[in-house]
Design a protein around this ligand. Structure first.
Ligand SMILES: *Cc1c(COP(=O)(O)O)cnc(C)c1O
Length: 422
């Protein structure tokens, strides 16, 4: 008796099938997925143009088998590309000489490493610390900080945002105590797409002698170009005194294939606490700058290739197109009576709420029309993180939204039981 009959569990087929038939079933499986290509999924997948996506994929495939774990010893090409990606980004983020950075496989990994580096640095430089150590952050920061804190037995103190949904710096100041090791602001935050007042956070960090991490995972590779286009995007990077570290995802608005993210430190003194080194086992020295060991070199190669293909001009053009689309999206939402965009989002995320109806009921109606809802809980809002994939279906989205609004206006008291999920 095999385990299928025993446990009703899928088992390895005794005899394999030909490749074409397996691939065709695999493609068939996709048919039950949401149609992300036409912008019906409000997060997870980003894109600028189809040709850029294909180019990133081609570059990735050139290094499909290589392992970035072995970059130092076996694949100097991968080490070279990683170093160039980091140098380019340090320049974009106005890093002073001596600053350093590392590529990782995602925002969560970049954040976890920054928290660990801060924890290690704090232990080394501050003899007075008593556990549990804590991180003081705006309530809008990404759960990756809590995930990192759970790994390292730290606490995250989430401080309510101000009425503009940005970090309340005075309230954060009050939450600091002798066990605080890190302050966190976002550029922008995921829930509302607004940029925390990084300059004021930098002043606070300097006054209290604390490490300030700026989580630019979602906006890091868009904000510099938005600023260059003259958009009112506040300074968020190493140009702000007091910023110790920055996380920024290439696989979001750097328009690079997954997995690719980056983490940076203002100085070599801080960065020195980042690498992991171990020597006490039969195979000798094991040193990494990531949490993961084996890591796809394709992510490194594709990021390098996308940066070199686009150049400053290419990124500026994408930023111009995307932000022009966002302007239209925000003004179209605000033009619907009863709906309004929350706060003043300047990049690619916006959430909108309503003072006349339950927006979750509206989201439910949009879901029935094939749009996966993104939801914010406090205040109740519909959330979308958008790239040019969403521009394609803007008219369809707006007309479905208007239709859903007028349906609801006949039953304005309806309340939805939808739950917000990332
Ligand atoms: C996406 C995101 C992260 C986490 O990135 P992953 O690549 O999903 O691990 C962190 N912070 C912000 C603000 C994000 O939007």
């Amino acid at each position: 008796m095999n385990s299928t009959t025993q446990f009703n569990r899928k088992t390895l087929p005794d005899i394999g099938r030909d490749q074409e038939s397996v691939l065709s079933e695999l493609r068939q499986l996709k048919s039950s997925d949401m149609d992300w290509k036409s912008g019906r999924v409000p997060l997870y997948v980003f894109g600028a143009t189809d040709s850029l996506t294909e180019f990133g994929k081609a570059a990735f495939m050139e290094f499909f088998s290589e392992n970035a774990l072995g970059a130092r010893r076996a694949f100097p090409s991968v080490q070279h590309m990683e170093r160039e990606v980091i140098e380019i980004a340090l320049d974009l983020f106005h890093a002073p000489p001596g600053a350093a950075g590392f590529m990782t496989t995602g925002g969560t990994e970049s954040i976890t490493l920054a928290v660990q580096t801060c924890r290690n640095w704090s232990r080394r430089t501050r003899g007075d610390l008593t556990a549990p150590l804590n991180i003081v952050a705006c309530e809008t920061v990404h759960p990756a900080f809590d995930k990192a804190a759970a790994l390292m037995d730290l606490q995250v103190r989430r401080v309510p945002a101000g009425p503009d949904f940005r970090a309340d710096v005075a309230a954060m100041d009050l939450a600091i105590d002798g066990s605080t090791i890190m302050l966190v602001g976002s550029a922008p935050c995921f829930p509302f797409g607004v940029i925390d007042p990084v300059s004021e956070l930098g002043e606070l960090a300097q006054r209290r002698s604390l490490w300030l991490h700026v989580d630019a995972c979602v906006g890091g590779y868009l904000a510099p170009f938005a600023r260059a286009l003259g958009r009112p995007v506040a300074e968020f990077d190493f140009g702000v005194p007091g910023v110790s570290s920055i996380s920024a995802d290439l696989h979001k608005f750097g328009f690079c294939p997954k997995p690719a993210s980056t983490v940076f430190y203002r100085s070599a003194d801080l960065a020195e606490h980042h690498p992991f080194e171990f020597d006490d086992w039969p195979n000798g020295r094991y040193a990494t700058t990531t949490l993961v060991g084996t890591r796809p070199a394709g992510g490194v190669a594709a990021a390098w290739a996308v940066m070199h293909h686009l150049g400053r001009e290419g990124y500026l053009e994408i930023a111009h197109n995307l932000l022009t689309f966002m302007d239209k999206y925000k003004s179209d939402i605000n033009s619907i009576e009863g709906l309004s965009v929350l706060g003043d989002p300047q990049l690619s995320i916006a959430a909108f709420g309503s003072d006349v109806l339950d927006v979750y009921a509206l989201a439910e109606k949009m879901q029935q029309r094939g749009w996966l809802p993104g939801l914010v809980r406090k205040p109740r809002a519909i959330h979308r993180m958008m790239s040019m994939l969403h521009a394609r279906s803007h008219d369809a989205f707006m007309s479905d939204l208007r239709a859903a609004m007028s349906e609801l206006s006949r039953n304005p008291q309806s309340v939805s039981g939808l739950q917000a999920t990332y």
